[in-house]
Design a protein. Structure first.
Length: 202
C-alpha cells in the first residue's frame, strides 16, 4: 500500500518509482539494526544498508564474529529525501508507524539504534550523545534498545571513529549475550507491544 503520510513519498516515487522501503531479515529473536534515512544506494538496490553504511556495519560485525545474515535491518525513515534536506521531527513521527509494524513482525530480541534519527524514531528519551553505549527502554516498544553512533558520518572516513563504532557494537553484543535488560526497566514484558500511534507513546 502506498504511503502518503509525509511529502517524501513524492520525491521517492518520482526518482525511483518506489514507496516505503521495507526492512530485510525474517529471523525472529534476532537483533534488529535500525538506521536513519534511506540513502541513494538503498533506494537503487531496494533494501536498507546497501552501500557504504552496510559495508561498514558488516565489517564491524565481522570483527566481533557476528554474521551479517543472522540479523535484521531497516531504516527509521522509509523514503528517499531530496538532497540537502534536513530531517524534520514530524517526518520521524509520521514514519514511525511503519517502524512499529516491522518490530511487531520481526519480533527482535534486541534493537540497535544507529544514529540520532533512529534513536528518536524508537522513542529513546535520553539525549542521543549520552544514550550511546547503553541499553534503553521506550514507550514505543518493549524490546530493549542499544544506541550507537551514526556510521554515515565520521565512521566512514576516520579509522579512529570506525574503531569506536566497532567497540560500541561489540559492547552491545556482550550485553545481548548476557541477556541484559535496561537498568530503568521496571516491567519485563512477556510479549511484544508497540504503541499504535505516536500520541500514545508520548
Amino acid at each position: 500500500m502506498t504511503c502518503t503520510l509525509c511529502h517524501n513519498y513524492q520525491y521517492y516515487a518520482e526518482t525511483c518509482g518506489k514507496n516505503k522501503l521495507g526492512g530485510i531479515g525474517t529471523q525472529v529473536g534476532a537483533v534488529l539494526f535500525v538506521g536513519g534515512q534511506v540513502t541513494g544506494e538503498d533506494a537503487a538496490a531496494g533494501y536498507p544498508f546497501a552501500g557504504q553504511e552496510g559495508q561498514a556495519l558488516n565489517h564491524a560485525l565481522q570483527r566481533i564474529g557476528v554474521p551479517f545474515a543472522a540479523h535484521c535491518y531497516t531504516k527509521a525513515l522509509k523514503c528517499l529525501k531530496e538532497p540537502n534536506q534536513k530531517i524534520k521531527a514530524p517526518e520521524i513521527k509520521k514514519c514511525s508507524v511503519h517502524l512499529d509494524a516491522e518490530i511487531n513482525t520481526m519480533r527482535p530480541r534486541y534493537i540497535v539504534a544507529i544514529g540520532n534519527v533512529a534513536t528518536k524514531a524508537l522513542g529513546v528519551a535520553e539525549h542521543y550523545a549520552a544514550a550511546q553505549g547503553n541499553l534503553h527502554v521506550s514507550l514505543r516498544t518493549s524490546v530493549p534498545i542499544f544506541v550507537t553512533m551514526d556510521i554515515r558520518e565520521e565512521a566512514l572516513t576516520s579509522q579512529t571513529m570506525f574503531d569506536k563504532f566497532c567497540a560500541q557494537i561489540q559492547q552491545g553484543f556482550e550485553l545481548f549475550k548476557k541477556g541484559a535488560v535496561p537498568n530503568e526497566r521496571k516491567i519485563i514484558y512477556q510479549d511484544y507491544y508497540v504503541c499504535k500511534t505516536a500520541a500514545e507513546a508520548e
